[in-house]
Design a protein around this ligand. Structure first.
Ligand code: NDP
Length: 297
């Protein structure tokens, strides 16, 4: 297990290999170090340049992010992952943003360039790959019912639109947040229909065979309410819950009881990590090794 580092550990930084790290607050539950270091160990068996790569973790509160980005750059770090609360905060503080991350307004992967940090968002790739792998559903041409309007929902909405979903219906507890997200999607929606509804008032004209994606945090705690009453929806082709701990939320249990295919957010977590390591390494990343590392935590 990688120790939890803070910026003070950079005062006498002496690591000479290629350093990667995840920054977050809190950071103690992150399984990214185990996932990446296991993959790097396997990659080094066939390419010795990866023998000197190592992935660290830093506890960085929100207010220290600008300092952390400067200090990690100066210390020679090559790649960073960002998690809560830094994904949106970093967006306006880095030298460049990947075109596909631009409409998301958040970045989770940074690569060092001569100009400074260049930002990417690999969560959408993780979602699309997991939905394909676990449910056999391609986001292209599929009607989507998206629950939530926070950061993860925004990333999911952008990915669904960029991949040409058939339609996008967004439900969220707070109508103002839902409407704000729908307004933000206007410039990239093209001719794909994008509509909102309240989870308490399910409209009659929702599509059948839609993929339901839960991007709310309802389900993280046992006492959380269901984000939607599934029986009130036309039968979906599958339900994907971004939550992976617990492995089966109340929503997924209710879905499985109706015989509808389900998947939790574990494969999404793994594939966003795979894509990040591909961005840093320009090499093929062993997905199975990452999956093994996650299963062992
Ligand atoms: P945010 O805090 O940005 O958004 C939270 C969303 O959940 C809002 O839409 C909020 O609605 C809604 N919500 C919160 N509590 C409830 C409730 N009790 N009932 C109904 N809706 C509720 O969080 P994120 O978008 O960053 O994360 C959302 C979820 O996605 C988390 O569970 C996170 O763990 C997961 N996630 C998983 C990833 C993966 O790799 N598997 C990657 C990223 C996120 P409102 O607007 O009304 O407040």
């Amino acid at each position: 297990m990688e120790p939890i580092l803070t910026l003070a550990d950079l005062d006498n930084w002496s690591f000479e290999g290629t350093a990667l790290a995840v920054l977050g607050h809190p950071i103690k539950h992150s399984i990214s170090p185990a996932m990446h270091n296991t993959a790097l160990a396997e990659m080094s068996e066939t390419d010795e340049r990866f023998a000197s790569w190592r992935y660290f973790r830093f506890d960085v509160p929100a207010e220290d992010l600008p300092l952390a980005l400067d200090r990690l750059n100066a210390a020679g770090f090559f790649g960073l992952n960002l998690t809560v609360p830094h994904k949106v905060l970093a967006f306006d503080r880095i030298a460049g943003i990947d075109d596909r991350a631009q409409p998301i307004g958040a970045v989770n992967t940074l690569r060092r360039t001569t100009a400074g940090w260049h930002g990417f968002n690999t969560d959408g790739y993780g979602l699309a790959t997991a939905v394909q792998e676990d449910l056999g559903i391609n986001l292209s041409n599929t009607p989507i019912i998206l629950l939530g309007a926070g950061g993860a929902a925004r990333g999911a909405a952008v990915e669904c639109l960029q991949r040409g979903c058939a339609s996008l219906h967004i439900a969220n507890r707070t109508a103002a947040n839902r409407d704000k997200l729908i307004a933000q999607l206007q410039p990239i929606k093209g001719d794909i229909p994008v509509n909102g509804f309240s989870p308490q008032e399910i409209p009659a004209d929702l599509p059948t065979n839609a993929l339901v994606i839960n991007a709310t945090s309802a389900g993280l705690k046992p006492e959380d309410p269901l984000p939607i009453n599934l029986v009130a929806l036309p039968k979906p082709c599958g339900v994907f819950d971004m939550i992976y701990n617990p492995a089966e939320t109340k929503l997924l249990a209710a879905t499985a009881a109706q015989g509808i295919p389900t998947a939790n957010g574990l494969s999404m977590l793994i594939h966003q990590g795979v894509r990040a390591l591909e961005i840093w390494s320009d090499a093929t990343v062993p997905v199975a090794a990452m999956r093994r590392a996650v299963a062992a935590t």
